[in-house]
Ligand binder design. Structure first.
Ligand SMILES: C[S@@+](CC[C@H](N)C(=O)[O-])C[C@H]1O[C@@H](n2cnc3c(N)ncnc32)[C@H](O)[C@@H]1O
Length: 439
C-alpha cells in the first residue's frame, strides 16, 4: 500500500470528494507492514489507537493544506498529529483528561537541550528526595484523599509509591511552564500505563483491563523515567514547528461542538466500540497521581460513550435496525440492552454534531468494529451507518480492514478465558465513508 505523497495534495483544484473517497475506501487499509512509531506517535500507550497511516491517507486524499480536519473523539490524537504533520488545521476534542494532555504534548515540539536539562534536574532531585523517604509518606497522606490512597496502596508497591511521589515532587519543584510541565507529566504517565508491565502492580493497563499480577517484578521508576525522558525528548524535538494550527479542547462530543456550521473540511474519528473499552479504568492509574480524585474520576467515567455505567437511554429517534438489535439483546439481558441503546443514542447525538459542522460535499470517516454481547454480534458499523443516514449523511461505502490486534492495542482475553466475548469481537473493523450531500 503506497500512501500518496504530500505533493499530490498541495494542488489547489477543488476536491471531488465522492470519487476520491470511493477510491480511498477500495485501497488496502490494513497497513500491517508499516511502522506506526514515527514522529510522536509512540509517546504514550493508548488503547485502540489508529495506525497513523489510516487517518493520513484520508487527510492527504480529501483535504488541502490549511483546511480543517476534526476528530471529536481524538483519544491520543493520532488523526490530530497526522493533520498537524500534513499542514492542516487540526481540531480535536475528547472528555478524557489524559487523552487531552497526551495529544497536546504530541503536537508540541520541544527544545531538546532545555527538556533534557530539566529532566536531569528532576531525576537528581527525585533521587535526593528518596534518600529522605520518611518524609514522602506524610506528603502523600496530605495530598491524596482516603479513596485515592486506598487505590494507590492496592495497585502500587510501597517502593514504587515512594519513587513516583519523589518524581512528582521533583517535577513540581521545578516550577515549569507549559508545555514542558505537560511533557514531564506524560513521560511520568508513560511509565505507569504501558503495554507490558509499567511500575504499578497491574498487568495489561494499555489494554484498559488491569488485573493484579502476583509477584510482578519490581521496576525502578526513576531509572525508567530517565530512559523514557531521553527517548521522548529526542522524538519531540524533531517535530515541525507549525503547532499553532492545533486546537485541542476538553469537550463531550454529544453536546454542541464549539464550531461553526459547515466549517470543517474533513472528520476522521474512531468512537469507542460498544461495550468494549473502559478508558478510565486504566487512565486513573496516572490521573490519581496528578491530583484527580478517584471518586470524581468514577463520575466522569459515566459520560464516556460506550460506558457500562450508563443512564437511561432516550431512544425515540433510533432507526428500526438499531431498535431490532437492542430488542434482540433484551430477550437475553435487559441491562446490556440498555447499555447498547445508550451507546447508539449517544452516537446519534455525536453524529448529528459532526454533520452540522462539516462543510457540504465533504467527508466524514468513522472507524469502528463489531461487538459481541451475550453471544450476539452487533454490527456496529452497519447500525452507525443507518444512524448517520438519518442525521443527514450519505454512506458512500463501508470498507473492511483486518486488525493487527496487538498494534491496535485492543483488549486481549485473559489467558484463562480464551473464548471471552472480548476475544471474539476483535478480528476486523470497518471504515464508514460518509459524505455530507451538497445542498
Ligand atoms: C477509540 S478511542 C480514539 C482513539 C484515537 N483514534 C487514537 O488514535 O488515539 C475513543 C475516544 O473517545 C473518547 N470519548 C468517549 N466518550 C466521549 C465523549 N462523550 N466525548 C468525547 N470523547 C469521548 C474516549 O475518551 C477515547 O479517547
Amino acid at each position: 500500500m503506497i500512501v500518496p505523497s504530500l505533493s499530490t495534495l498541495e494542488k489547489k483544484q477543488p476536491v471531488s470528494a465522492r470519487r476520491s473517497l470511493s477510491k480511498l475506501l477500495s485501497t488496502d487499509l490494513d497497513f500491517h507492514r508499516e511502522a506506526s512509531n514515527y514522529a510522536s506517535h509512540a509517546l504514550h500507550a493508548f488503547a485502540a489507537k489508529f495506525p497513523p497511516q489510516l487517518p493520513r491517507i484520508f487527510i492527504e486524499g480529501l483535504t488541502h493544506k490549511g483546511e480543517t480536519v476534526m476528530d471529536p473523539m481524538m483519544g491520543s490524537g493520532t488523526a490530530i498529529v497526522e493533520a498537524f504533520l500534513c499542514g492542516r488545521r487540526a481540531v480535536g476534542f475528547d472528555i478524557d483528561p489524559l487523552a487531552l494532555t497526551i495529544c497536546r504534548v504530541k503536537t508540541h515540539p520541544v527544545d531538546f537541550l532545555e527538556t533534557t536539562w530539566a529532566g536531569k534536574r528532576v531525576v537528581n532531585s527525585a533521587i535526593k528526595l528518596l534518600q529522605r523517604a520518611s518524609r514522602l509518606e506524610p506528603a502523600m497522606r496530605e495530598r491524596f484523599s482516603p479513596a485515592s490512597l486506598e487505590f494507590i496502596d492496592y495497585w502500587f508497591g510501597k517502593q514504587s509509591q515512594r519513587e513516583l511521589m519523589a518524581l512528582l515532587l521533583a517535577i513540581e519543584r521545578e516550577h515549569l511552564e507549559q508545555p514542558l510541565l505537560d511533557f514531564l507529566k506524560v513521560v511520568f504517565s508513560s511509565i505507569i500505563i504501558t503495554k507490558s508491565g509499567g511500575v504499578s502492580l497491574a498487568y495489561d493497563l494499555a489494554h484498559t483491563r488491569p488485573h493484579l499480577l502476583e509477584g510482578k517484578p519490581y521496576k525502578d521508576a526513576i531509572k525508567i523515567f530517565e530512559a523514557r525522558l531521553a527517548k521522548s525528548a529526542a522524538l519531540l524535538s524533531q517535530l515541525p514547528s507549525n503547532g499553532k494550527h492545533v486546537e485541542i479542547q476538553q469537550h463531550d462530543c454529544r453536546q454542541r461542538l464549539p464550531l461553526e456550521e459547515d466549517s470543517v473540511q474533513l472528520i476522521v474519528t474512531s468512537p469507542p466500540y460498544a461495550n468494549a473499552i473502559d478508558y478510565m479504568r486504566a487512565h486513573k492509574f496516572s490521573l490519581v497521581w496528578f491530583g484527580e480524585d478517584i471518586d470524581g474520576l468514577s463520575t466522569l467515567r459515566s459520560t464516556y460513550i460506550g460506558s457500562e455505567k450508563t443512564g437511561v437511554p432516550n431512544t425515540p429517534d433510533l432507526p428500526s435496525s438499531v431498535c431490532r438489535a437492542v430488542d434482540k439483546l433484551k430477550e437475553v439481558d435487559s441491562k446490556k440492552s440498555r447499555v447498547l441503546a445508550k451507546y447508539f443514542a449517544d452516537m446519534r447525538l455525536a453524529l448529528g454534531e459532526m454533520v452540522r459542522v462539516l462543510e457540504p460535499g465533504r467527508c466524514c470517516i468513522v472507524v469502528v468494529g463489531p461487538s459481541t454481547m451475550r453471544g450476539q454480534t452487533i454490527k456496529t458499523h452497519e447500525l452507525l451507518s443507518d444512524i448517520g443516514n438519518e442525521v443527514g449523511f450519505e454512506t458512500l461505502d463501508i470498507a473492511e480492514r483486518k486488525l493487527d490486534r496487538n498494534r491496535r492495542m485492543l483488549p486481549a482475553a485473559f489467558r484463562r478465558n480464551h473464548n471471552s466475548q472480548i476475544e471474539s469481537r476483535m478480528h476486523e473493523e470497518y471504515i464508514i465513508g460518509f459524505l455530507k450531500p451538497l445542498r
